[in-house]
Design a protein around this ligand. Structure first.
Ligand code: 13P
Ligand code: SF4
Length: 302
């Protein structure tokens, strides 16, 4: 008798339960391959708001699954690994935001989606790395409080010099760990390659880049470019879709250790268990959810 393998089990359970599997580009290749949709934070949150399925299984980190729940409150949202978190999101608290607001009452609070639900609940609008510039430009306020990523906030400030930015001092550890010297050495090793980096990188790394964008924007740029060789300045999970979509192009890692440990926690076994045992259901306090949903919806309307 045929014994069902883990991938077949996932596909069967997904159909039986009317579930859809969303995965971020930083997930391991096996998860990206079995997911119904793989994307950047913006695309995945838009899908979470629109998809008709009863269950959303989010292969990513907690703030992504929480955003999906905020946008689809009547659905069951599952995060396969309970402790897949985001250290950057944990760096900012709602108390930090309240304090910044008290000091700058005329500023609009823009929170990167990589933030807790409590932080979103005290924000005016959310953004992702793909739409931060557009979102901030759309605001009438001259002053912007940006939380938690000082690097994405710094990048936005450079692009929008007409506004004043008050930055929280959070950062993404895997991106912050990349130094100017790493980018310089990679460029010397691969002189014909273009450097494509995520805005979560430090300014000194961004300044050396040929292109700066979100994961989806990096994939689009590399696919459409006439260049054949690239150094990729973001988490190495993105190399899987880049190499799959562009078999004739060459992609180098910016450093050998560009890894988000939290994004690597989810395995096929976790995904199978998640669908079979309803693990782990995202639950958010109703009153907090009402407040945190608004800035996310505002972002999607922008
Ligand atoms: P994007 O996919 O939106 O570029 O986000 C990067 C990221 O750090 C997600 O944790
Ligand atoms: Fe958080 Fe950075 Fe990991 Fe994204 S890559 S989940 S921002 S720690």
């Amino acid at each position: 008798m045929h014994t069902e393998n883990i991938a077949e089990g996932i596909i069967r359970l997904k159909k039986e339960r009317d579930a859809v599997i969303l995965a971020h580009y930083y997930q391991i290749p096996e998860i990206q391959n079995i997911a119904d949709h793989v994307g950047d934070s913006f695309a995945l949150s838009r899908l979470a708001a629109e998809l008709p399925h009863k269950i959303i299984v989010f292969c990513g980190v907690d703030f992504m699954a929480e955003s999906a729940k905020l946008l689809s409150p009547d659905k069951t949202v599952l995060l396969p690994v309970k402790h897949a978190g985001c250290p950057m999101a944990d760096m900012a608290t709602d108390a930090d935001v309240r304090k910044m607001k008290a000091q700058h009452p005329d500023a609009a609070v823009v929170s990167y989606v990589n933030s807790s639900t409590a932080v979103k609940a005290v924000s005016d609008i959310c953004c992702t790395s793909s739409n931060a510039i557009k979102v901030i430009r759309s605001l009438p306020n001259e002053k912007i409080i940006f939380v938690p990523d000082k690097n994405l906030g710094g990048y936005a400030a450079e692009q929008i010099p007409e506004k004043t930015f008050i930055l929280h001092n959070g950062y993404c550890p895997p991106h912050e760990d990349v130094m100017a010297i790493d980018a310089k050495l990679a460029g010397e090793q691969h002189p014909d390659a273009q450097l494509l980096v995520h805005p979560e990188c430090r300014k000194e790394v961004r300044d050396q880049a040929d292109f700066i964008g979100s994961t989806a924007q990096i994939i689009k740029y590399a696919g459409e470019s006439d260049h054949n060789e690239f150094i990729i300045g973001t988490e190495q999970g993105i190399l899987h879709p880049l190499r799959t979509a562009n078999p004739d192009k060459t992609f180098h890692k910016l450093t050998g250790h560009f890894i988000c440990p939290n994004m690597k926690k989810t395995t096929l076994k976790h995904l199978h268990e998640s669908l079979q045992e309803n693990k782990h259901v995202i639950e958010i306090d109703r009153e907090m959810a009402e407040r945190a949903r608004k800035p996310l919806e505002k972002m999607l309307e922008c």
